[in-house]
Design a protein around this ligand. Sequence first.
Ligand code: AVI
Length: 320
Amino acid sequence: GERAESRIRFFDFHPTTADVRAEVLEGLSRPRKRLPPKLFYDQHGSQLFDAITELPEYYPTRTEIQILREHGAAMADRLGRGSVLIELGSGSSLKIQTLLAALQPRVYIPVDISKAHLLESAQALAERFPELSIRAACADYSGPFELPLESDWRDLAAFFPGSSIGNFDPDEARAFLKRVARVLGPGGRLLIGVDLKKERAVLDAAYNDAQGVTAAFNLNLLTRLNRELGADFEVDAFRHRAFFNEEAGRIEMHLVSRSNQRVRVAGQVFDFRLGETIHTENSYKYGIEDFQRLARSAGFVSEQVWTDADDLFSVHCLIV
Ligand code: AVI
């Protein structure tokens, strides 16, 4: 293969700070304050997330990797070898490494909102896989997004692991899946990891780890707003709260105000009552049929689904 650097091209679609400012002000102006979970992933937040994936309580990552290891060959059969492989929310690109040897894609297109993270992992991957050509795209896939594709490329496949689909509300998830279906085109396949519904205690523990890493991840959002938007959140004046909302079928994460307080964000004033929360994340959990129904409503057909022995997590192969 050629030198690692010469096999990487970087495409910056500029997930901009102007958007961040507008979204934050809009979210904090609501009667029930909220912030978009994609804001977790600044450089420190991405590191904290990586630490979460190694926690004993956080079962999704290790369970998904186990499923990928066990069924990688069958997944590669489904996805088709030698194709163009897009990974949405690639982060550290750890999971894809369990599939690359089997898949041997011509081009790998990692897409992530965190530029530093994206570049670092593209570099590491190019060194490990000397035949691989990489087009790294820094983009926000939570809305309409562009990809560095050539018009004559066929056999597109996408990988969306980690149950990140769960961080969208069902309507957003459907809209997202429709966009992916359009990018892939007829016959294109999506391999997607989806966390399953299970006992409440297991879910609650996964988002309330004993070491407080998830709390730090949640609170880091405020540190980021202080730095990037000149906000004056007192981080210690908020605490982490996460719980399974049975009715809605989702984990909710909140930042709870420990006092009556006033905060300035980008020149605007926001008042918090004691106990008032900022809703920072939903993480939906699906039954297998529930998810297949959602996928169908977005134009996909479910080809196959793999799970672990304890039915903690599922990986679906969908076709457009
Ligand atoms: C990235 N996403 C699927 C994680 C989840 O489980 O919803 C983010 C996360 N939030 C708290 N812990 C992990």
